[in-house]
Design a protein around this ligand. Structure first.
Ligand code: ADE
Length: 233
């Protein structure tokens, strides 16, 4: 079982996403355990529960203080081994290969930032890895944390049903997935490519691969480059 601990200023926002569909099933199957922690509960300021302060040296916004984050991580970790992740636009781009690697851990603690960021001493002393989910700035780390939990959870063996295969999906072999069709074969004159109706499994597989390569070269030439290198072409 992989345990996620998420440290956030907005615990309520996780309710919907983690109680539906695949994540709900993964929890029911005891493949994951997800605990949400309110950062304010760890503030030593028992009156105002403050968690942030103005930046030294001046500048706009507020910075999350070290005390609540150090205490939260220490308490949550206990004596267990856990990897501490901070989600931030200045992190390493999160990808499918990171998601796969992180399925191997027993406990992932994810810190969601807010305001102008978190005190650098937290990053230096308690954070193990920093991830960005893309080259844009969100209002906080909650959505990136959800993205990571979702991407990691579905890759844990036994989470997807046998109808939901991982083999042909996007990013496997650095290719984006090609087109899919379902019935009817003729929708108001819009026809499905005949090869898919042919019953020739080999031809279908070849056609699908060609479509995936074409689509990847057009939309993500950077991935298409990686795909060629893999095969020494
Ligand atoms: N926090 C705000 N924007 C983010 C992003 N793009 N990735 C990760 N964390 C973030």
């Amino acid at each position: 079982m992989l345990r996620f601990d998420i440290i956030t200023l907005f615990p309520k926002v996780f309710n919907g996403i983690f109680n539906e569909s695949m994540i709900k099933r993964a929890k029911e199957k005891k493949k994951v355990l997800i605990k949400i922690h309110d950062l304010r509960d760890y503030s030593s300021d028992k009156k105002r529960h403050s968690v942030d302060d103005r930046p030294f040296g001046g500048g706009p916004g507020m910075v999350l203080s070290p005390q609540p984050l150090f205490d939260a991580v220490k308490k949550i970790k206990g004596r267990k081994k856990a990897k501490v992740i901070y989600v931030t636009p200045s992190g390493v781009p999160f990808s499918q290969s990171h998601a796969k690697r992180l399925t191997k851990h027993k406990n992932l603690i994810i810190i969601c930032g807010h305001y102008e960021g978190i005190d650098e001493r937290v990053r230096e002393h308690i954070v193990d890895e920093e991830f960005s989910i893309g080259d844009y700035v969100l209002t906080g780390g909650e959505i990136p944390a959800m993205v990571m939990v979702d991407a990691i959870t579905r890759l844990i063996p036994g989470v997807l049903g046998k109808d939901e295969s991982l083999v042909n999906e996007s990013f496997e072999a650095d290719l984006l997935e090609g087109p899919q069709y379902t019935r009817p074969a003729d929708f108001h004159g819009l026809k499905v490519p005949p090869v898919l109706l042919s019953g020739h499994h080999q031809q279908i597989a070849q056609w699908r691969r060609a479509q995936a390569v074409q689509h990847t070269q057009k939309i993500r030439p950077d991935l298409a480059g990686k795909w060629r290198q893999h095969r020494g072409q």
